[in-house]
Design a protein. Structure first.
Length: 457
């Protein structure tokens, strides 16, 4: 097994380090924050990710995984070094590579023998060459080294599973030695016949951006179809199923809603658009994906306001704060943007999320955070489902109906059946449910006025 160093103990770095240790490698994870290193050494995880804590604790106990702030010592004791630091968007949308290049410089100044430096962070094409140049310029003596690209495809909430049972492993290298060494690290996955895509560093760098941009485009496309459904009196859920059953399209990422958010899609689509412009080419489809997504978030606030009437002075309950279920991550969360929009229109917001309240509170302090969904809905004028946590599918809706001042449910994730909600006495507003909006109620009459007002938005 290999001696591995991971620089960065954020989401990608920690999952990568823990899982590589579980493969049997000896892994050292490096972070500059001493308190974080001490907490991780005790098995305390700074974010929520299903089953990660157990894997970290088991491998620390077995001596295969440890944490340190001594980067020089970790680099010298390792042959393979993964760079897994942040690459956030800067003010113009470009990927900020300062942490990556700083890590490359520090590796060079610490190296005392051959090293394989693996770029794990999501970076634009050409970053591998920059890393190679920085290392060459900062080596204290002539030492052989290689640079590789090994992009991650981890979904928050299922990251451990994604690492252990990936769709593919992408290995981008410039030399056979680097390819052989990196392939050996992933040998446990090759034994289970997981596909390995072996290519150049440049192609590997672009694969991650292209994949995320394509998935983001699917999200924006189905949200465009949702708007069309509301105009045409069609149901986007049935439309999406009809599309998704086509094997050339597939059902994933065809769920109409408030738009995409999180740590990857917004950042990566912006970076890809900016990178292409720097090369003199305008990616029109990617730019349209970004624009549609921004519009969709605004439309959700308009949809809620149209259904509830004037929001000034009203209390609105929002269930869900994280950008997706099974994580406490609120980075670019659409739920938080909806809350901001409601507050700008004069509403007071009460909110609940199973995991994300501490992180949301740091960003939006002027929200009443509640202990459970029922506290959140007590006496409110509308309930908004902003994140599709499974527990929100199993609420006691009769109880909620009785606790609300007005029985308005705006389901931004389409987790409930419109007809069942209407039968229970709710005024229900979904996304792209135009068929419901135009279908007569049982016993005569049309759908409620507030629901009709949301049509076509």
């Amino acid at each position: 097994m290999e001696r591995v160093c991971i620089i960065g103990t954020g989401y990608v770095g920690l999952v990568t380090g823990a899982c590589l240790a579980d493969f049997g490698n000896h892994v050292i994870c490096v972070d500059v924050i001493e308190e974080k290193v001490a907490a991780l050494s005790r098995g305390e995880i700074p974010f929520y990710e299903f089953s990660l804590e157990e894997i970290v604790r088991n491998n620390v106990k077995e001596g295969r995984l440890r944490f340190t702030s001594d980067l020089q010592g970790a680099v010298r004791r390792s042959r393979v070094i993964f760079i897994a630091v942040g690459t956030p968007s800067n003010e113009r949308g470009h990927a900020d590579l300062s942490q990556v290049l700083t890590a490359a410089r520090d590796i060079a100044r610490s190296a005392d023998a051959y090293k394989l430096v693996v770029q794990k962070s999501t970076v634009p094409v050409g970053t591998g060459a920059k890393v190679r140049d920085v290392i060459s310029a900062n080596l204290r003596r002539k030492i052989p080294f290689d640079v590789a690209s090994n992009p991650e495809f981890l979904r928050e909430g299922s990251a451990v599973r994604d690492f252990m049972w990936p769709d593919r492993i992408v290995i981008g290298t410039w030399t056979k030695k680097a390819e052989s060494l990196l392939s050996e690290i992933y040998r446990p996955l090759s034994l289970s016949e997981k596909p390995m895509v072996k290519t150049t560093v440049e192609t590997a760098e672009l694969i991650k951006y292209a994949a995320n941009a394509f998935l983001a485009t699917k999200v924006s496309f189905i949200n465009e179809m949702a708007i069309l459904c509301e105009h045409a009196g069609a149901d986007v859920k049935v439309l999406a199923r009809g599309m998704g059953l086509d094997g050339r399209i597939g059902p994933k990422f065809l769920h109409a809603g408030p738009g995409y958010g999180g740590s990857c899609f917004p950042k990566d689509t912006r970076a890809l658009a900016q990178f292409s412009r720097a090369l003199g080419y305008d990616l029109k489809l990617v730019n349209a994906t970004i624009q549609v997504n921004q519009r969709q978030k605004r439309l959700m606030v308009e949809k809620i306001a149209a259904a509830a009437g004037s929001l000034k002075g009203k209390e609105i309950a929002v269930l869900g704060l994280s950008f997706k279920p099974q994580t406490d991550d609120v980075r670019e969360s659409v739920a938080l943007e909806i809350i901001r929009g409601l507050q700008k229109k004069g509403a007071a917001v009460r909110a609940f999320d199973p995991k994300a309240i501490p992180n949301a509170r740091e960003i939006l302090p002027r929200v009443r955070y509640c202990a459970d969904p029922y506290e959140a809905v007590d006496g409110v004028s509308a309930l908004v489902i902003a994140t599709e946590w499974n527990e929100f599918r199993m609420l006691d809706l009769a109880k909620i109906r009785g606790m609300m001042k007005a029985p308005l449910l705006v389901d931004c994730r389409n987790i409930y059946d419109p007809y069942a909600m209407r039968a229970m006495g709710f005024e229900y507003v979904g996304v792209g449910r135009g068929e419901f909006l135009r279908t007569p109620r049982k016993g005569g009459g049309k759908a409620g006025g507030a629901a009709k007002r949301s049509a076509g938005r």
